[in-house]
Write a protein that binds this ligand. Structure first.
Ligand code: 26Q
Length: 806
């Protein structure tokens, strides 16, 4: 019996089978004979989930007893990936579950196929949040993730005539067996209204709308440890008072619930924007909804073991995942000053010590700002607090830099021209004890350019924490065949939680029989993926569509290769399968034109028997964590070709290198750190570096026409598009490249094509390519999210693990 006095759940297939039957009967109310596949799936999920419940209970008890410093990760997005396979792996039930299902006459693959991916994020930032939660649990760090339980996640992508179309992602329509509702911890969130001063001079916020925040959580198990943390997701519910009884009594039944329905819109849908576009009030409402409910929950948890507010920062660090949760700063001030009666100065000291901010961009247009008129209408008390913070802050700036009015204007939390807006990044820097970028180059550019004024004022506040990825999700689970080979090569599987051990593979790069097996695994992964000839070089570009990422540059290379093949009949070429995957924000027209052109080029090549033996372009729809896990293990070549100085870090680059792909890339984001580690010989470098790109861009001398006129192959590629050779599609793309192209695509074209020629040459030496592939894996252990979390823990959070014992 365990500590709860319960019979421990069995670890044999027979016991698992019994539990399946029992859960099917008592929790689904059915039997094997009449169960649908959905019944079987839900029951399997519950049975697996139960195997983590006891660990969760012990984790909560151990963490409570330790009263430690907690990490609270606030993020508007989480891309957790499918839960079933992960929870089977982490609970060690993968094998017995499959046996038990078969015993009951069920097909395990058919049942597990019903597991859906919660797409509660857009891309890199959301997946990073999930990888960090995984690593925190694996390292026994007491942590809770807070987020929003969107009813509709990131849209589903389809193609119609090569065009992206979007469909809603009602991922939780059938219910979500991984979720634990926690109605007792419901919170109340206020919006709108006005402020008043009471007799004692204290400010009161009289809100105009009341919304309930209903929490549920999902389990975040650690690997190879008993820790099971949680991610708590909030869902908006109309309050009882939003039920309009007078309308109801007057027979206006639908109108009576208008407000409640309206309130529930807050958590209805994830905004599908990547870096650009903002300004929607509902988005701001989502942000405050997340922040307000999470802070109240954090304070509730603090009070379980503590009573003195000065202890709050000792027991709490709140990491802001980009500026999306930055309203937490004025919200904590409001709670401490207005509701708890603390002095402004004490509240400000506590607040600043509590928060840390991670920035994920360099693009100035991606820095979040909100119109003051919208902000003050929605959050009338918070705007007063922001003004007060700004005043004190600007006084400090004026004292440090007397008579530097321009600096004061630049640093102000309020932008004045052309319209008054709240600058969330400025607020986030002012209200936190640490600011970090997500790769070395990015952190340097933040301090030197984007946030330079702030770094001059507070140099010690600025840090780098290079991103990392979960080796469990992206190696062990995504690539079981390679994982088995690595485990065999290293004589154990300790690498899964100690990724630096991959270095032990280096000598095996010289072992011809190991290389052969390495190739066999890659080959098998290509067969599993089932796109393109497994013997061909699999060249992948998988990421959100954005002009700065430059899918259009890859496309120019493809068209060039197409022309070379057509022009040289009878010559042989290195066969390639180029695989694109990714979504474009629905309103991002330039990105959608690129998608459409890729599909048109793919069709043209497919229809041309002279070319298709050597070149194939595939573009599976609806890229997500699940699809990435199939593609990454099959990749030979990783395309990381953003304009230098634009990609904060990238994390797909790390996943691909760890799975043995070689990178063709620019000196951007974490590419630089990957190249430093895997070695320049094992990385195909090309393109302008950041200083050269800045100079060309800002010098006003970039002339795309000049490249077009000087380079025959480039001219041919662009002319083909302009002449309508690809079903008449894509002229917008060519026009934009030849017009004012922010991303200097044509400037990098020639070095890129040359680098691709080097790739072809390298591919022809199979043994040498395999050696380099192994070295990419062996030398990429640094990019484990475990290392990232250790960096946060020691440099920013100052937290220590709490071991969960029996
Ligand atoms: C903002 C305002 C309104 C609506 C949406 C948004 C919004 C949503 C998502 C803005 C940005 C994002 C996502 C950004 C993102 O994914 N950034 C990536 O973060 C990765 C993890 O650090 C980096 O590796 C990538 O370089 C960076 O682009």
């Amino acid at each position: 019996r365990n500590g709860m006095g319960l019979r421990p759940l069995g670890t044999s297939a027979a016991e698992f089978e019994q539990d399946l039957l029992s859960n099917l009967y008592y929790r689904r109310g059915t039997t094997v004979e009449s169960a649908s596949t959905q019944d079987a799936y839900e029951t399997l999920a519950l049975t697996v989930r139960d195997r983590l419940a006891e660990r969760r209970v012990r984790t909560a008890a151990a963490q409570y007893a330790a009263n430690p410093r907690w990490v609270y990760y606030l993020s508007a997005e989480y891309l957790l990936g499918k839960q079933l396979e992960q929870n089977m792996l982490y609970s060690g039930t993968d094998r017995i579950a499959r046996i038990a299902l078969r015993q009951l006459g069920l097909d395990p693959d058919e049942v597990t196929a019903l597991d859906l991916e919660p797409g509660l994020g857009n891309g890199g930032l959301g997946r990073l949040a999930a990888c960090l939660l995984d690593a925190m649990a694996t390292l026994d760090i007491p942590a809770v993730g807070y987020g929003i339980r969107y009813d509709f996640g990131i849209f589903k992508q389809d193609f119609q005539d090569g065009r992206q179309i979007e469909r809603p992602d009602d991922w939780a329509f059938q219910g979500n067996p991984w979720e634990f509702p926690a109605p007792d911890d419901q919170q109340t969130v206020f919006f709108y209204g006005h402020t008043e001063k009471d007799a004692a001079g204290r400010t009161l916020w009289i809100p105009g709308e009341v919304v309930f925040a209903e929490p549920s959580h999902m389990l975040v198990p650690g690997h190879g440890t008993d820790t099971v943390n949680i991610v708590r997701l909030w869902r908006a519910r109309g309050s009882h008072s939003s039920f309009d009884l007078s309308r109801f009594s007057a027979g206006q039944y639908a109108e009576a619930v208008d407000e409640a329905v309206h309130a529930e819109n807050i958590s209805k849908v994830l905004y599908p924007d990547d870096s650009t576009e903002s300004g929607r009030e509902l988005r701001l409402k989502q942000q405050y909804f997340l922040v307000s409910s999470s802070l109240r929950d954090i304070i509730r948890r603090f009070r379980l073991r503590n009573s003195d507010w000065t202890d709050f920062p000792k027991k709490t660090v709140i990491q802001l995942n980009d500026t999306h949760p930055t309203l937490a700063i004025p919200e904590l001030m409001r709670l401490l000053v207005d509701e708890e009666g603390l002095s402004w100065d004490l509240a400000w000291a506590i607040t600043k010590q509590t928060f840390a901010y991670t920035c994920h961009t360099l693009l100035p247009e991606a820095l979040e700002t909100w119109p003051v008129h919208m902000f003050e209408r929605l959050l009338p008390r918070h705007i007063e607090i922001v003004y007060a913070i700004n005043e004190i802050f600007l006084t400090e700036v004026r004292n440090r830099f007397p008579a530097d009015l321009d600096r004061v204007r630049r640093m102000s939390i309020i932008q004045e021209e052309p319209e008054r807006r709240v600058r969330m990044a400025n607020l986030a820097v002012v209200g936190t004890q640490a600011v970090n970028g997500v790769a070395e180059l990015h952190s340097r550019l933040l301090a030197d350019i984007t946030l330079r004024d702030f770094a001059e004022l507070w140099p010690e506040k600025f840090h780098n924490v290079t991103n990392g990825i979960s080796p469990r999700r992206f190696v062990k689970m995504a690539n079981p065949a390679l994982s088995d080979l690595i485990t065999e090569g290293l004589g154990g599987d300790a690498w899964i939680t100690d990724l630096d051990r991959l270095a032990g593979l280096e000598p095996l790069a010289e072992d011809a029989s190991f290389r052969l097996r390495w190739r066999e695994v890659k080959q098998a992964n290509k067969v599993r993926l089932g796109l393109g000839d497994p013997a061909s070089l699999t060249d992948v570009m998988i990421k959100r569509f954005h002009e700065y990422k430059r899918q259009q540059l890859k496309l120019l290379h493809i068209i060039t290769q197409y022309h070379r093949i057509k022009q040289n009949p009878g010559q042989t070429f290195v066969p390639r399968t180029v695989l694109f995957a990714g979504k474009a924000a629905p309103a991002y027209h330039a990105a959608k034109h690129i998608i459409r052109l890729i599909n048109a080029v793919a069709a043209t090549i497919d229809a041309d028997p002279a070319v298709s033996p050597y070149l194939k372009v595939v573009f599976p729809a609806n890229y997500n964590v699940t699809l990435s896990s199939l593609i990454i293990p099959a990749a030979d070549l990783s395309e990381q070709i953003s304009l230098a100085g634009k990609e904060a870090s990238g994390t797909g680059n790390m996943k691909l290198a760890l799975n043995g792909a070689l990178t063709v890339g620019t000196l951007d984001g974490a590419n630089i750190e990957i190249r430093d580690r895997v070695g320049a010989d094992n990385f195909f470098l090309f393109g302008l570096d950041t200083p050269a790109a800045l100079e060309l861009r800002n010098g006003g001398t970039y002339s795309p026409r000049a490249y077009y006129e000087q380079d025959g192959e480039l001219r041919r590629a662009l002319d083909a598009i302009l002449d309508g050779k690809f079903a008449g599609v894509g002229r917008e793309v060519a026009d934009s490249l030849l017009g004012w192209d922010e991303y200097l695509t044509l400037a990098d074209y020639r070095t890129y094509v040359d680098a691709q020629d080097d790739v072809d040459a390298a591919w022809q030496d199979t043994e040498s390519w395999t050696r380099r592939s192994i070295l990419n894996t062996a030398r990429s252990g640094f990019f484990s999210a475990d290392r990232t979390v250790r960096d946060y823990a020691s440099e920013i959070w100052h937290v220590t693990p709490v071991k969960v014992t029996r």
